[in-house]
Ligand binder design. Structure first.
Ligand code: XMP
Length: 330
């Protein structure tokens, strides 16, 4: 659109004026805001930008490779991209930890440590870029999705430990839909621009209780199947009816419960985990209700998960509203 063209053009000019020949560092999470910011900075200053992407091993299936595919050396942007494969470190730190808030704290603190180590290797930078958007800026309570999400991040200390002169926040006047429009304008793929919200602690809080590599595999595979089937059904509905499905959720994912139960598989008894699938419709993520995913879709999801994901023998649908529930289960 005209408005977004002019936003991107103006922003590029302003960034160039401000940054000069300085170096800029960005912690790229792969979420919508930091990805759009990376694309904007790439256009403005190219190789003066270094993006550090920490793969904490708690991302959705294939997500780390997708982020690397877009922003890495074979991707669309001429920037410096550093992927830190910190999976093992995170799993080691999380071993034996079951309490939700402690898990969040460990994941947040480990992020700071990993990012700090990378920042040291890069040396002095002039600017630290942050993907703050307008709803993050306004008072909490008025803010929507992003404010809720970022208040959960538990990484308030980010700027303190990196050696830099100034923070730049080029998206701070934009609403989420404007951020997405800029992302499309800059050539980011649609799956990235229209990504559903994903918590900073990632699958760490979608595995109830202790996190292990094996459980990460189970929840990743179950979640992938679930999203694939919901997306397929939503696409088919739209093709057939010309409008979006009335049940289309704003956030939908699988979680691995801590419950194991008895089942049968062929002639064998199993004693395996239960996956909970959840889908919510919400406007501001402060309240939400379970979406009415068609039963046939849920049945397909159930049978695929049980057949395709080793270690899972039961699938349950979470009907809980928020309040009294939360959207995530931890
Ligand atoms: P809840 O579970 O609080 O979730 O109803 C509301 C929205 O916030 C996301 N969420 C988080 N995001 N770190 C984040 O970055 C977190 O610790 C966290 N916990 C929840 C959740 O996915 C939903 O969109």
């Amino acid at each position: 659109s005209w408005k977004m063209d002019s936003f991107a053009e103006n922003a590029v000019r302003e960034i160039r004026e401000k940054v000069g020949d300085g170096k800029v560092l960005l912690a790229l999470s792969g979420g919508v805001d930091s990805s759009v910011l990376a694309a904007l900075l790439a256009k403005a200053i190219g190789k003066q930008l270094t993006c550090v992407f920490v793969d904490h091993g708690l991302l959705r299936k294939n997500e780390g490779d997708e982020v690397e595919g877009v922003f890495g050396p074979n991707g669309d942007f001429d920037i410096n991209f550093v992927r830190v494969n910190a999976q093992e470190r995170y799993y080691a730190k999380l071993a034996g930890v079951t309490e939700p808030e402690r898990k969040r704290k460990i994941i947040g603190e480990e992020f700071i440590r990993v990012f700090e180590e990378e920042a040291k290797k890069i040396g002095k930078v002039d600017f630290l870029a942050q993907g703050t958007i307008y709803p993050d800026v306004v008072e909490s309570g008025l803010g929507g999705e992003s404010a809720v999400i970022k208040s959960h991040h538990n990484v308030g200390g980010l700027p303190d430990f990196v050696d830099f002169k100034e923070i730049i926040e080029p998206l701070r006047n934009l609403f989420k839909d404007e951020v997405r429009a800029v992302g499309l304008e800059l050539g980011l793929p649609e799956y990235l621009v229209f990504r559903q919200p994903f918590p900073g602690p990632g699958l760490g809080i979608r595995i109830i209780g202790e996190v292990t590599a094996e459980k990460v595999r189970m929840v990743q595979d179950a979640d992938y199947i679930y999203r694939e089937e919901v997306d397929k059904a939503a696409r088919e509905y739209k093709e057939a009816n010309g409008v979006e499905a009335p049940w289309m959720p704003n956030q939908y994912f699988a979680a691995l419960t801590n419950m194991r139960s008895v089942g049968v598989m062929g002639d064998e008894r199993t004693y395996d985990y239960a996956v909970a699938v959840r889908a919510v419709r919400t406007i501001d993520f402060m309240t939400a209700e379970a979406a009415e995913i068609p039963f046939a879709v849920l049945q397909t999801v159930m049978s695929r998960i049980i057949n395709e994901v080793r270690g899972v023998n039961r699938v349950m649908y979470d009907l809980t509203s928020k309040p009294p529930g939360t959207i995530e289960m931890e």
